[in-house]
Ligand binder design. Structure first.
Ligand code: SF4
Length: 334
């Protein structure tokens, strides 16, 4: 039986925008705007969307690196939405983050040993020699040699630095890891090695991932379920196999049609999305996707669609589109 490790409800993270000579708040950037989801222990939930859709802010808000504007975050049954820093400290060891850029996320003045042992010092676990032994073991787990311990981040390649970032993230044996574009800054040749390492660690350490990426092919490779974000909201959420075989939301359909096909004999009609992603400061009325949606009707401009399950009770396929069923029927006919 699956256990819920994370539950967020109606989560909002709005950033104030200040202007004028008195620096008054003149507007809010709604980076995360009413997101609800659960993550089960041991699963990988992929969060995908174009740059600026709010997916990284979502990850950081869950970890309380940003304070939420509204909603709730429950981690392992504990409401951490407004927990103070001291109250969060013991929980932090159970929820860690892997960052996109392994160079800027590692302190250039620290040796790799100090970087990997930092979580031990912060959480006061192990004495100095135990910390060193643990660091050596962690290096082996992530596929690095012991002689890395004395090196500095600039002496390592991008892939090696990300392995150090992963070693630091798993040092305290966390339950949940939020991986924010963990391979986006790496050479294509080593991206798959890091992805495979993350998959192996998930199995061996029984980790749960929230895997954030703009790359649908990558998300497909690692995820059990996928949530698609657009302008701070989830527009589609279901099992990875369902969403790739039968995307229901027009935005997801357009994203899927842009994935390169490995089989050149298979032709997929490429849908070009007109226009740019609108500003999250002043999102369009109704369905925020309507200015770019080829199916948009009047209702789409006036009423905000709710995320609703359009599959059966056993199969869950959540979509936020007024016309999801009609669009689905049309696609089946064509
Ligand atoms: Fe398109 Fe309307 Fe559905 Fe939004 S609600 S995705 S505008 S059809």
């Amino acid at each position: 039986m699956s256990t819920e490790i994370l539950k967020i409800e109606n989560l909002k993270t709005h950033f104030p925008i200040r202007g004028g000579i008195f620096s008054h708040v003149v507007a809010h950037l709604k980076a995360v705007d009413g997101i609800s989801l659960t993550v089960q222990k041991g699963e990988t939930l992929g969060v995908v969307g174009e740059s600026g859709c709010g997916k990284s802010t979502l990850g950081r808000t869950i970890l309380r690196l940003y304070n939420p504007t509204g909603g709730t975050i429950v981690f392992q049954g504990q409401n951490i939405t407004t927990a103070s820093r001291p109250a969060l400290r013991p929980l932090r060891r159970h929820m860690q983050m892997i960052f996109q850029d392994p160079f800027s996320s590692l302190n250039p003045r620290m040796t790799i040993e100090r970087i990997i042992c930092e979580p031990f010092r912060l959480h006061r676990v192990y004495d100095t020699s135990q910390q060193r032994n643990e660091a050596i073991q962690l290096l082996q787990v992530v596929g690095l040699r012991n002689d890395c311990l004395k090196k500095y981040p600039h002496e390592l390649s991008g892939g090696q630095r990300q392995r150090v970032g992963i070693a630091r993230a798993i040092a305290l044996k966390p339950q949940l890891i939020i991986a924010d574009e963990p391979i986006a800054a790496l050479d294509v040749s080593i991206q798959s090695q890091i992805l495979n390492l993350l998959r192996e660690l998930k199995q061996s350490l029984q980790l749960t991932y929230l895997f954030i990426s703009h790359d649908l092919s990558v998300v497909r490779y690692v995820s059990d379920r996928v949530a698609v974000m657009y302008l701070g909201k989830i527009v589609e959420l279901t099992d990875a196999s369902h969403i790739y075989e039968n995307p229901k939301h027009p935005y997801t359909q357009a994203l899927m049609s842009a994935i390169p096909q490995p089989d050149p004999t298979q032709t997929v009609k490429h849908e070009t999305l007109p226009g740019d992603v609108p500003s999250a400061v002043n999102p369009p009325s109704g369905c925020a996707f309507h200015p770019r949606c080829r199916y948009a009707q009047h209702i789409c401009t006036t009423q905000t669609p709710q995320l609703r399950n359009i599959a059966s009770k056993t199969k869950k396929h959540w979509v936020s589109c007024h016309l999801a069923e009609e669009i689905d029927r049309d696609r089946e006919k064509s």
